[in-house]
Design a binder for this molecule. Structure first.
Ligand code: FES
Length: 107
């Protein structure tokens, strides 16, 4: 089993509550979203077609895709409204001091 690897991707103060930031980890685009003071990570790429969710709108834990208006729960990755049907990946997040670290994808 591969050991869990966490990568420093941002500083906590770069993502205030209610805000999002896209980061790249290798070839993966990851969306960091601050929901009520807690930072979550999920795929930045919409599973419907191809759009960067960080360019959409975050309302509580729901991110709305800028292209066709579908949405996902940034905590669970589950689609919340059409035309999104396929779940997006979510990732482990750790905070170490001011550093935001992203780990492996959750199941
Ligand atoms: S590309 Fe995101 S809803 Fe269509």
């Amino acid at each position: 089993m591969a050991s869990a690897k966490f990568v420093k991707v941002a500083q906590v103060d770069e993502i205030p509550s209610g805000q999002m930031k896209m980061v790249e980890i290798g070839s993966e685009q990851v969306l960091l979203a601050n929901v009520s003071g807690k930072i979550y990570a999920c795929s930045d790429i919409c599973s419907h077609s191809y759009a960067s969710l960080s360019e959409g709108d975050l309302k509580d834990e729901e991110v709305q895709c800028p292209l066709h208006g579908g949405s996902f729960n940034v905590i669970t990755g589950e689609p919340m409204s059409a035309p999104c049907e396929e779940k997006i990946k979510t990732f482990e997040v750790r905070i170490a001091g001011q550093d935001v670290l992203v780990g492996p994808a959750k199941d």
